[in-house]
Design a protein around this ligand. Structure first.
Ligand code: PLP
Length: 425
């Protein structure tokens, strides 16, 4: 059988004409390919995020599939199931977000707070202040409980603030990445807030899956996380979980959320009803799926133990070099380790040198006189610790700081091998 195609014929005069070689006012730029830009040897990402990703995550991130097909629906279902384990919640209301950890933060805050909502923000530093700022931007009446640098709020101060402010929402960060403070009272603070009738929003961007956080058991109403930190996925696809109580509030608000993309009720279409909200970042969701699957394969218990062991060993190695950790032990975050920049050196000098000379990336911190080394996900591998500690020690030597590099490496090894002296056979 033969087919013949019939095209409608237009009278020639009605075909619009356009010159094929117009003179553009913006000429075509001459740009370099990534091959010419990226370093030959990839940098080891040991800063405060993004962190290295496992091969399975990288591979998933190369795939594009139909965002509304059956495969995607299955992937989304599994992402929610695995995320519930990682958040330790049975709540149905787990959603992904196309955006950074801050977008997940804004999703939690903009859906739960609006004009006049009384919010108490426990401010430990840069990221907890961001939650307060997002609250102010949706018109909430935000009160700040300002906590001194390198300290956590005492339960008495929190109780007093709860009595004074009578908040409908409390925001708090589990690990304040900026100054490397761990809010170790989180569980008790959540209980106090709950007793005072407030919903609790927790920023767990750098801590989720690196240390215990039990959303249901601790009575937390919204937990947010990004991809590129504890989960060792890519940046740009994040997760948020709402409790039943939080979801009730989302569903009964009178004014719609001013953020269309971040409207949780619209996001429910995609994340719970296999429908369309916006085109999901399919590759990133597949990457997140693989990252979560690896967390489940490892189990939270083993993952927490790995993070603790590696971070403590790194801290011992850094101290044995002769450098000083920024945060006192009582509230020291393990997920990101802050190190005081030695006298006369700026964080920029250190980060620049270690990157150029040793291909190891570490971070400064928003004007604080520290450098930060991450201990999140794939960063917590023994070979990465040795390379990073060595690079840090050599950087100090190169920059004229007297450190004891052999002692540092020995302390790292001793800590990793359980403090035992190697047995001689
Ligand atoms: C990194 C981080 C954020 C912000 O995440 P982005 O993905 O950069 O938006 C928020 N809170 C904490 C505790 C973080 O560590």
């Amino acid at each position: 059988m033969r087919y013949s195609l019939k095209f409608p014929t237009l009278p020639i005069s009605s075909v619009p004409t356009m010159p094929l070689t117009p003179s553009f006012s913006v000429p075509c730029p001459d740009v370099e390919s990534l091959d010419a830009i990226l370093p030959e040897e990839p940098l080891l990402m040991m800063g405060a995020g993004p962190v290295p990703i496992p091969a399975a995550v990288a591979k998933a991130n190369t795939i594009v599939i139909n965002h509304l097909g059956g495969t995607m629906a299955k992937v989304v279902g599994q992402v929610k199931t695995m995320a519930r384990y990682v958040f330790q919640t049975n709540s149905k209301w787990v959603l992904g977000v196309a955006g950074p950890g801050s977008a997940a933060m804004e999703m939690a805050i903009s859906n739960l707070a609006w004009s006049g909502t009384r919010v108490l923000s426990i401010k430990n530093g840069f990221f907890s202040e961001r939650m307060a700022e997002m609250g102010r931007r949706v018109g909430a009446d935000v009160s700040i409980l300002d906590v001194e640098d390198r300290a956590v709020a005492s339960l008495e101060t929190v109780e007093a603030a709860l009595r004074r402010v009578r908040p409908e929402i409390v925001t708090i960060v589990q690990g304040e990445t900026s100054n490397t403070v761990w809010n170790h009272h989180l569980k008790d603070i959540a209980a106090l807030a709950k007793a005072a009738g407030a919903l609790v929003i927790v920023d767990a961007v750098c801590t989720l899956s690196t240390m215990p956080l039990e959303m249901d058991a601790w009575g937390i109403d919204a937990v947010i996380t990004g991809g590129q930190k504890g989960l060792s996925s890519i940046p740009g696809v994040s997760l948020v979980a709402f409790s039943e109580a939080a979801w009730e509030r989302v569903k009964h608000r009178e004014q719609p959320n001013a953020h269309w993309c971040l409207d949780a009720s619209l996001a429910e279409n995609f994340w719970h009803n296999a429908g369309y909200h916006y085109t999901a970042p399919v590759s990133g969701v597949l990457a997140l799926h693989e990252a979560l699957r690896l967390v489940c394969a490892e189990t939270l218990e083993k993952r927490f133990a790995r993070h603790l062991k590696c971070s403590v060993a790194l801290q011992e190695g850094i101290t044995a070099l002769g450098l000083t950790l920024y945060t006192p032990q009582a509230c020291r975050l393990n997920s990101v380790v802050g190190i005081e920049a030695p006298q006369g050196l700026s964080p920029g000098d250190i980060c620049g040198h270690i990157s150029r000379q040793h291909q190891v990336e570490i971070s400064g911190s928003f004007g604080l006189p520290i450098v930060r080394i991450g201990q999140m996900g794939e960063q917590c591998r023994e070979h990465n610790l040795f390379r990073t500690l060595h690079a840090l020690g050599r950087t100090m030597v190169d920059l004229g700081v007297a450190v004891d590099l052999p002692a540092g490496v020995a302390a790292l090894e001793k800590s990793l091998s359980g403090g035992a002296r190697p047995s001689v056979r």
